[in-house]
Design a protein around this ligand. Structure first.
Ligand code: F6R
Length: 606
């Protein structure tokens, strides 16, 4: 969603700001803007992509300090005026803001009563005028921002630039903000991706933190005036440069990064000797695992699909109830929280507002939550304080791929771990762990020869809708395949456990309807074949994803073969063709695969 980038140093700010905005593009946005300080504050903003903003920028903008923003509209329509930054009346102060100012209507009325008419429809604009009142009454910049924020309810990642002061003031509450410390220069962004090629040294602001950035350093304090405990974090290597590496799209690059990402995820975590997994970050003693009455898994979208696989695997291996929850529903369904239960919040970004609210709800009711998170130091990761980093590295395409496989892998490792504290045998554990170690290689082998993906694309690209079917662990894979297809190619998709198809969805099938069937060689295979027959009898065209050598391929119009592995691990391989089918269908239909319409990479509103 909205993104922030800011710079103060001895270099020309404008090119750095534009580059920062480009690195934020993957998050999804509808307008952009920047302001550079050089005697005056020069502001440029534009609806559309960063390229649209670049077109209105002069060839050279003097100035070594500036702030920039990508906006994803919440309050007010998508217009140049509503884009950030927002300036005050005499153009001496500029703000960029992520988050929501809940009491902005009453604040706006008060400002207007004081003769400060607001020019935009946004909630954010009130901030710049309130800060102005503080400055005009003699307050220093930090104090003026502090006093303003003390009158505001809502969330903010905020940067403020002052014509008369050589600094940037930043503040965070509920919307991420990360400060990068360079050599004689400082950066700020809502996203570590935008900073990581400038510096690995970062201060990840906590809620309630404020910061002053100058060329010479960074001072962090608390909104209430106290001192902050936020300290320097050195970003891990995997969060370094994230360019396209010769691929035409981030999504294709990330699909192909899955073997390496999975190696990172399982590295040091496979305990061959004990047929178990090591997940030290969980900080869960064997006795706690053994006695847990329930595991709840919470996520949205792709993370939810991973949770559903986790749920099944935990029940299969540990023989305790597990349940996957939709994050956005969790808080409102008033679930009974058992302090002995294990709760997982699963999220790539670690910033998803729905999942964050579920975490807070569980904590409020006395439960402990563990994160299964990609972005190190993200809000959910820090709120949980314990968990598993999935180590996918930066995921830039809006559609999640390598985070899905590593979420699934992490949950499978947990299922093995908790299973081994209960009745799951060491011998069976060893077999799965051995098979796990092979998966990255098998992924590579599949991706180097992905089979007749284009034939599948031909069947789906002009379809009214596509049905995805699977049983057991393959049912959530079907959901994930359908999610990828609908978000990228805008084709309506349905995903069903194959046996449920005959209870309703079968009515949709007609001559030529494409049905994607996920059919590894597991205990469900025969029943899945029966479902395929039911579809074929209604004229459906079948695309089957099957294990190599399986004659189930004879039943299909298009058969895509994946390597064989332990059936518990099959989702890690069977999801790959579904990603490629969605990717290539979107391309065939001329869609923007990396930045599909209306979507944002990190959904920070509920
Ligand atoms: C789908 C997709 C979304 C996210 C969802 C949760 O490709 O990317 O459905 O999975 O918004 O995001 P995170 O994992 O960041 O919490």
């Amino acid at each position: 969603m909205c993104g922030i980038f800011g710079f103060i140093g001895d270099r020309s700010a404008a090119p750095l700001l534009v580059e920062g905005l480009r690195r934020l593009e993957y998050r999804g946005y509808d307008s952009t803007g920047l302001v550079v300080k050089n005697g005056s504050l020069q502001m440029y903003k534009k609806v559309g992509k960063v390229t649209e903003l670049s077109k209105i920028l002069p060839n050279h903008i003097e100035g070594d300090t500036g702030i920039a923003h990508t906006r994803w509209a919440t309050h007010g329509s998508v217009t140049d005026t509503n884009a950030h930054p927002h300036l005050n009346r005499d153009e001496s102060i500029a703000v960029v803001h992520n988050g929501i100012i809940e009491n902005f209507r009453s604040l706006k009325e008060r400002l207007e009563a004081r003769g400060m008419p607001l020019v935009s429809e946004t909630d954010s604009e009130v901030l710049v005028h309130m800060i102005t009142i503080g400055i005009e009454s003699g307050q220093e910049p930090l104090e003026a921002v502090r006093q303003t924020l003390n009158r505001v309810t809502g969330t903010w990642g905020l940067c403020v630039l002052f014509k008369e002061h050589d600094l940037i003031v930043c503040a965070r509450n509920g919307s991420p903000l990360i400060i990068g410390q360079g050599n004689g220069e400082s950066f700020v962004s809502s996203d570590p991706h935008a900073l990581s090629h400038h510096t690995q040294n970062m201060f990840i602001l906590e809620d309630g933190d404020m910061a002053i950035l100058t060329r010479n350093g960074i001072e962090i304090s608390k909104l209430d005036g106290g001192s902050s405990s936020t300290s320097l974090t050195v970003l891990e290597d995997e969060w370094g440069e994230a360019d396209m590496a010769g691929y035409p799209h981030y999504m294709l690059k990330e699909i192909h990064e899955q073997p390496e990402a999975l190696r990172r995820c399982i590295s040091g975590r496979l305990d061959k000797a004990n047929g178990s997994a090591r997940l030290g970050g969980l900080k869960l003693e064997p006795v706690r695992l053994r006695n847990a009455p329930l595991v709840r898994l919470i996520g949205c979208g792709t993370a939810l699909n991973a949770c559903k696989i986790g749920q099944l695997a935990i029940e299969i291996l540990a023989r305790i109830p597990a349940i996957a929850h939709v994050s956005s529903e969790f808080r409102y369904n008033d679930h009974v929280i058992n302090p002995n239960a294990i709760h997982f919040a699963v999220s790539q970004s670690g910033e998803t507002a729905d999942t964050l609210s579920a975490v807070k709800e569980i904590q409020l009711k006395g439960g402990e939550v563990h994160g299964i998170i990609n972005v190190v130091g993200s809000t959910i990761a820090r709120l949980c304080g314990q968990g598993v980093y999935i180590h996918s590295g930066p995921e830039q395409a809006v559609a999640s791929t390598k985070a899905f496989t590593n979420m699934v892998a992490s949950l499978l490792l947990f299922a093995i771990r908790i299973g081994r504290t209960r009745s799951f045998s060491r011998e069976r554990g060893r077999k799965i762990i051995e098979s796990f170690e092979e998966i990255p290689k098998l992924m590579e082998s599949y991706l180097s020869n992905p089979g007749p993906i284009d034939e599948a694309v031909e069947l789906v690209k002009n379809a009214k809708s596509v049905m995805y079917l699977g049983r057991g662990l393959s049912a959530p894979v079907a959901s994930e395949g359908a999610l990828k297809m609908l978000e990228l190619a805008y084709i309506p998709c349905l995903a069903y456990p194959a046996g449920e198809m005959k209870h309703g969805p079968i009515a949709l099938l007609e001559e030529g309807s494409p049905v994607v069937v996920i059919a590894p060689n597991d205990k469900h295979r025969e029943k899945t074949i029966a479902s395929m027959h039911e579809c074929k009898a209604r004229g459906a065209k079948i695309i089957v994803i099957h294990e190599e050598g399986d004659i189930i391929s004879d039943e299909a119009d298009v058969a895509i073969s994946i390597p064989s592995c332990d059936s518990l691990l099959s989702p890690l391989l069977s999801v790959l063709p579904t990603q490629l089918i969605a990717y290539r269908t979107a391309l065939a239909l001329g869609c923007d695969v990396d930045r599909p319409r209306n979507l944002a990479k990190s959904v920070t509103v509920e």
